[in-house]
Design a protein around this ligand. Structure first.
Ligand code: UD1
Ligand code: UDP
Length: 389
């Protein structure tokens, strides 16, 4: 029996680690999965834990309003010291590129505990973009023993850095496992659809039943876009909603005050009826809304992976991406935070049907929904020493 400690702290990590927790739970004869949340996010993390019915064994509860990178790093590092000493895991699993993952990996390394990195090997190779995520991911990769690369390309990135092939497994991204779980929950279930629509209406988007409305779904939170970037994004939205009164613009706002301030500043006067600034949605209603949207405008990492699978064109408000697969497939395009560029690209998708159809071909370069099975099977072979998990 091996103890596996899964550590995560933010909304996207929780979405992508939840199906892995469930997969480990299927094999109680071989694994004792333990969950430690750092609480880098609070409300947005708790939404996901509730949806997937995960009750963590440990909760560092570190979030402070307006926290900076020193706060997160030091609180996770110190908090993990005690958790690792108490739980004595055989392996620590972390995810992706957050400061939770980087600091938890360092804490595990200090106690010489093996680390497995889920969603390993994505790279922009520009340490300031995304900031601080690129370096968080590289440092975590350096500390990890086992690397679960979502794609062939991410495996190659790791090999270029000297990681031996036998320590890498190409698994697909666990976000597709999570997405398929949600789609299954909603499938042919009118009761769930009605409940979800009510929930979306209750946070303020009132047109979810309007079948003939075109919808642009917007999200943003990147640190490197704070200030001017977000002001530009808001200015572009303002011009677009006046230009297209027949289109709804829906923006579930991240809880970070740096994201909300520019929205308040730019939209301080009465806003037109076709824009909806709403509270963050639970994952299930968010996927429902994503599926009912036509265009996605975002700086998110996870949404770049989910939307192509649902055939939704994604305009990414960043200058680089560590997820070039969907870019190559033609369903994702980088638009940065330039006002004119955002307006031009959204307008083109609204007005040019042929262009829209080209970009909205359903593509799924990020997996087949079996990433968690592959990760558990790999760990089973390597640390339990059996081929059946
Ligand atoms: C973090 C991650 C980022 C990830 C993103 C996903 C780092 C450095 N950043 O960025 O990689 O893409 O999460 O969303 O690891 N807040 C709340 N409640 C919540 C969540 C956030 O009030 O549930 C507010 C708090 O004021 C908090 C602030 O948002 O201090 C910022 O949270 P933080 O985790 O530092 O940054 P994110 O931008 O969320
Ligand atoms: N998401 C959600 N509710 C929302 C907005 C996003 O559940 O209101 C989900 C989305 O489907 C994706 C994840 O949150 O799986 C992305 O989170 P975020 O953009 O905050 O982080 P990133 O992926 O950029 O790290």
């Amino acid at each position: 029996m091996k103890k596996i400690l899964l550590v995560f702290g933010t909304r996207p990590e929780a979405i992508k680690m939840a199906p892995l927790v469930k997969e480990f739970q299927k094999y109680p004869q071989h694994f004792q999965p333990l969950v430690c949340v750092t609480g880098q996010h609070r409300e947005m993390l708790d939404q996901v834990l509730a949806l997937f019915k995960i009750i963590p064994e440990y909760d560092l509860n570190i979030m402070k309003p307006g926290q900076d990178l020193y706060d997160i790093t030091s609180r996770v590092l110190l908090g993990m010291k005690e958790v690792l000493a108490n739980s004595t895991p055989d392996m620590v699993l972390v995810h992706g590129d957050t400061t939770t993952s980087m600091a938890a990996s360092l804490a595990a390394f200090y106690q010489r505990i093996d680390i497995g990195h889920v969603e390993a090997g994505l790279r922009t190779n520009d340490i300031y973009s995304p900031w601080p995520e690129e370096i968080n991911r590289q440092l975590t990769g350096r500390l990890a023993k086992f690397h679960f690369a979502p794609t062939k390309l991410s495996k190659e990135n790791l090999q270029k850095e000297g990681v031996l092939e036998s320590f890498i497994s190409v698994t697909g991204n666990t976000v597709i496992d999570a997405l398929y779980n949600i789609i299954e929950m909603m499938k042919n279930d009118d009761e769930t659809s009605t409940e979800v629509e009510k929930l979306i209406e209750s946070v303020g988007y009132l047109n979810i039943k309007g079948e003939n409305r075109k919808r642009v779904l917007i999200t943003g939170h990147r640190r490197e876009n704070f200030g001017e970037g977000f002001l530009n994004i808001c200015q572009a939205i303002k011009q677009l909603l006046l230009k297209y009164p027949q289109v709804d613009f829906i923006y579930p706002m991240h809880l970070n005050p740096n994201v909300r301030k520019p929205i308040k500043e730019v939209f301080k006067e009465a806003t037109p009826k076709n824009v909806y600034f709403i509270e963050p949605l639970d994952y299930l209603p968010f996927v429902y809304l994503l599926n009912k949207s036509d265009i996605v405008l975002t700086d998110s990492g996870g949404i770049q992976e989910e939307a192509p699978g649902l055939g939704k064109p994604v305009l990414v408000m960043r200058n680089t991406t560590e997820r070039p697969e969907a870019l190559a497939a033609g369903t994702v395009k980088l638009v940065g935070t330039d006002i004119e560029k955002i307006i031009y690209e959204v307008s083109k998708l609204i007005e040019n049907e042929e262009y829209y159809t080209q970009m909205s071909k359903a593509q799924n370069p990020y997996g087949d929904g079996k990433a968690c099975q592959r990760i558990v099977s790999f760990i089973g072979k390597r640390i339990v020493g059996n081929d059946k998990n």
